[in-house]
Design a protein around this ligand. Structure first.
Ligand SMILES: Cc1cc2nc3c(=O)[nH]c(=O)nc-3n(C[C@H](O)[C@H](O)[C@H](O)COP(=O)(O)OP(=O)(O)OC[C@H]3O[C@@H](n4cnc5c(N)ncnc54)[C@H](O)[C@@H]3O)c2cc1C
Length: 478
């Protein structure tokens, strides 16, 4: 028994700061001992099991997911991000105006949030489930309507402000027993030395010895702090410093289009997701709760600077025009093809043949600033190397108009925490590249597929889109 346990958990022994007990079979307990509070270690730089660089939605989702798995909930985690919101537990006030940045979250993401205990926090704030979608185009040739009830579902998705998602994940992570420390700073450099196989790893080894034998990665922060971890997770967004420092190459390009986003108010509540194809690109109107909706409007960069700076009145007129009779007539038959950006929400839902075309509710007020985002696609050729792994936008950035980026990132967070848990169960060092490549193998096909769909959509390559839409339904299962 003793030999089996020793073999199983041998590679993790150096994390122990107490004498090993021969008949302890609980891997999570073994990993729970950290060097926190050990003055010798502190002077050398704190040691963690995992350092998550980037406390955005995806980085915090990973922390929550680790906190809820039996084998990972005792890990010692550092979260590095200079966003001041991470220093506060509840940073949303009821009277606050809506965030112009929102995310349409899929049923798969909602299930993930429920699993990690974060959805109950989302439900305390403004959010909007939607059960209907209407897609049409300016030519008047046709429209398509989708209804959750056609597939025996309650909802097609939910639109949530990004600050609500972030605050919910933060509250959840703070309410768990996860040993975590938030560093309000930014990563500036990192170093990893080659593995020295001759090292007999045990609990007496210092942090610097472990580092010099390739068993830890060292992180240097902007504020002068340094720390060590067995695994560094880059969750630091599209311009990832981790990706750059670790030398991951990327493939991608910028589109010659921008998305204008903002939140608007109606006189009545909106419960439907609307999308209309205009000559320059689609405009989407997404319900976010109360009488608010979010606009995501794709156009060329010259138009986007005009629409961003025009008066509120002119902008509201332009939005109402674009969502109603502007550019062309209302459609008279439900003939539109399947090529719409909401396809992944629908999953197995077919069109509602009997639902009539409707005009979206009028926009009466601008409820947030207008923001313009350039559209681009970027994908890291690899997600994992020794002791380093990328998740979320650090691994893949898709253009925002389809509202898929963070859903893909949540999928990464879920899979990575599961792979780390599997590694602990069989006693593998969680920084081992062979383990981390399992995560990459699992996530890359789904992410690449989605990126191809979005790129085909962006370029108007509809044949490619029809084909990939079907393929995507197979891989997403949402
Ligand atoms: C206009 C727009 C609309 C979108 N709408 C949707 C939508 O409807 N649905 C959807 O699924 N997705 C949407 N997306 C995409 C979504 O916003 C991103 O996929 C998501 O924000 C990625 O989350 P992340 O946590 O990976 O990265 P980020 O949100 O970029 O977070 C990265 C974090 O890392 C921190 N950081 C950066 N560098 C460092 C460093 N050196 N050291 C420490 N910390 C660092 C930052 O402070 C930040 O907190 C949209 C994107 C845009 C631009």
């Amino acid at each position: 028994m003793k030999r089996i346990v020793a073999r199983k958990f041998g590679s993790n022994f150096y994390r122990l700061r107490i004498p090993w007990r021969p008949f302890c079979t609980d891997a999570s307990q073994i990993l729970s001992r950290s060097n926190a509070g050990d003055p010798k270690k502190e002077s050398e730089g704190q040691q963690y099991d995992i350092a998550i660089v980037g406390g955005g939605m995806v980085g915090l989702a990973l922390a929550c997911s680790l906190a809820t798995r039996p084998l990972t909930k005792h890990l010692n985690i550092a979260i590095i991000d200079s966003n001041p919101a991470l220093g506060r537990k509840h940073f949303i006030k009821k009277e606050d105006l809506p965030d112009p940045r929102v995310s349409t979250v899929t049923p798969a993401t909602i299930s993930f949030f429920k699993d990690i205990g974060a959805w109950q926090y989302v439900e305390r704030h403004r959010h909007a489930y939607f059960d209907k979608m209407q897609v049409w185009d300016y030519t008047g040739l046709g429209y398509a309507k989708y209804n959750a009830r056609d597939a025996d579902r309650d909802v097609l998705g939910c639109v949530v402000e990004n600050k609500v998602l972030l605050s919910s994940l933060l509250s959840r992570v703070q309410d768990t027993d996860l040993q975590k420390k938030i560093y309000p700073s930014r990563l500036t450099s990192m170093s990893i030395l080659p593995n020295c196989s001759s090292l007999e790893v045990d609990s007496t080894l210092s942090v610097t010895t472990l580092f010099s034998h390739g068993r830890l990665v060292k992180l240097e922060l902007e504020d002068g702090n340094s720390l060590y971890a067995k695994l560094l997770v880059g969750a630091d967004g599209g311009k990832s410093r981790v990706r750059e420092l670790a030398g991951f190459r990327t493939t991608g390009w910028n589109y010659s289009q921008n998305a204008i986003i903002c939140t608007v108010e109606h006189a009545v509540e909106n419960h439907c997701a609307w999308q209309r194809f205009l000559p320059a690109g689609p405009i989407a109107l997404l319900p976010i709760g109360d009488k608010f909706s979010n606009i995501v409007w794709t156009m060329n960069s010259k138009e986007s600077s005009e629409f961003k700076s025009m008066s509120e009145d002119d902008f509201l007129k332009a939005v109402n025009y674009a969502l109603d009779y502007g550019y062309g007539p209302h459609p008279t038959s439900s003939l539109l093809g399947n090529a719409d950006i909401f396809s992944w929400f629908k999953g197995d839902i077919s069109r509602s043949a009997n639902d009539c075309f409707e005009i979206p509710p009028k926009v009466v007020k601008l409820a947030s600033e207008r923001m313009a985002f350039p559209l681009s696609l970027r994908h890291a050729n690899d997600y994992a190397s020794k002791r380093v792994v990328l998740i979320g936008d650090a691994a893949h950035t898709v253009h925002p108009l389809a509202g898929q980026g963070v859903n893909l990132g949540f999928g990464d967070a879920s899979t990575l925490s599961s792979v780390i848990s599997e590694g602990i169960a069989v006693g593998i060092d969680i920084g081992e590249v062979s383990l981390l490549k399992k995560y990459e193998t699992d996530r890359k096909p789904a992410n690449v597929m989605m990126m191809a769909v979005l790129d085909g959509f962006q370029k108007g390559s509809r044949d490619c889109y029809y084909f990939l839409e079907d393929l995507h339904k197979c891989v997403s299962g949402c």
